[in-house]
Design a binder for this molecule. Structure first.
Ligand SMILES: C[S@@+](CC[C@H](N)C(=O)[O-])C[C@H]1O[C@@H](n2cnc3c(N)ncnc32)[C@H](O)[C@@H]1O
Length: 286
């Protein structure tokens, strides 16, 4: 089974509980905060923290939330953009994304709230297949509405991609000139191993501190995961230089890289690990 197929299977299985598990919710909230607090830093024309749900924006802002999952990034940025398109490999995830936004709309309408973003839709797709797959509905006569984005976000998915160079290239194709690609993922292990913490058997304070190379730590963390999850992961950590090279090879400029302060806590089968993570950005030249 390819990494892509392993992903589709795993996320279809995880979809129903994705927004229920406390650790997943916490990560969703951290990702959401990271994007919101980085709006000025991202520097996307028309994307501004001023006046959420401004109903008469000067610029229309189009967001592609790639590997959107249940929509953490879309929900965070929704008040500041005009059009959202989500794409995800897993139909289970797309269903939840669609249902949650429909519910949001309904309660906003009941409350008489005006929303800036009036056009939100997620579809099942894999832009890295050859040829790229996009399961467009009957309304979408052509693919044009999945092009010319002002911002393309990818949160927590680069480590699942089979070929990150191809992925970056395909995502950059979807940006308008001047548009920004923003990627959130795990930083390469940085010399401290703060895990091996078992809920049932506490030994001492439950933390091990070891000096190891980043790659070894990535591998150790990966080895702690259940097999189904391991099979769905390709590279379990990136670093600033690697991301910069990846972005520049795809023609992006204005590279930016921020390491987040609060680690992400991952939990599987009563094992937990803490991972440092980053937000990287690059701009498609005008
Ligand atoms: C850890 S989840 C993150 C979801 C969401 N971005 C968030 O921040 O909550 C990773 C997502 O990537 C999707 N994914 C993995 N490989 C993909 C691919 N090749 N194309 C599209 N989506 C993919 C999975 O289906 C899953 O929904």
């Amino acid at each position: 089974m390819s990494v892509t197929e392993a992903n589709r299977k795993m996320f279809d299985e995880m979809a129903a509980s994705y927004d229920i598990k406390p650790w997943q919710l916490k990560i969703g909230a951290q990702i959401s905060t990271a994007f919101l607090s980085s709006i000025p830093w991202l520097d996307v024309a028309g994307l501004s923290v001023d006046s959420p749900d401004n109903d008469s924006p000067e610029h229309k802002v189009r967001l592609l939330d790639y590997a959107c999952g249940t929509g953490a990034v879309s929900r965070a940025l929704e008040p500041y953009v005009d059009v959202i398109r989500g794409i995800d490999l897993s139909s289970g995830m797309v269903e939840i994304f669609t249902r949650r936004f429909a519910e949001d709309r309904e309660s906003a309408e009941k409350a008489g709230e005006v929303k800036r973003c009036k056009d939100i839709r997620a579809v099942v797709g894999d832009l890295f297949a050859s040829p790229p797959e996009l399961q467009l509905g009957e309304q979408e006569e052509h693919e044009g509405e999945f092009l010319n984005f002002d911002i393309v976000t990818v949160a927590g998915a680069y480590h699942h991609f089979e070929d990150v160079a191809l992925a970056t290239k395909r995502l950059v194709e979807r940006l308008r000139p001047g548009g920004v690609l923003a990627v959130v993922d795990f930083l390469h292990g940085e010399g401290e191993n703060e895990h091996a913490h078992h809920h049932h058997h506490h030994h001492g304070h439950g933390h091990e501190h070891q000096q190891n190379s980043g790659k070894e730590i990535d591998e150790q963390h990966k080895a702690m995961l259940p097999e189904t999850v391991r099979k769905a992961i390709n590279v379990f950590g990136f670093d600033e230089n690697g991301m910069r090279a990846l972005f520049e090879e795809s023609g992006l400029t204005d590279f930016g890289f921020k390491v987040m302060e609060e680690k992400l806590r991952i939990e599987f089968d009563d094992k937990e690990m803490f991972r440092t993570w980053f937000l990287a950005k690059g701009r498609k030249p005008l």
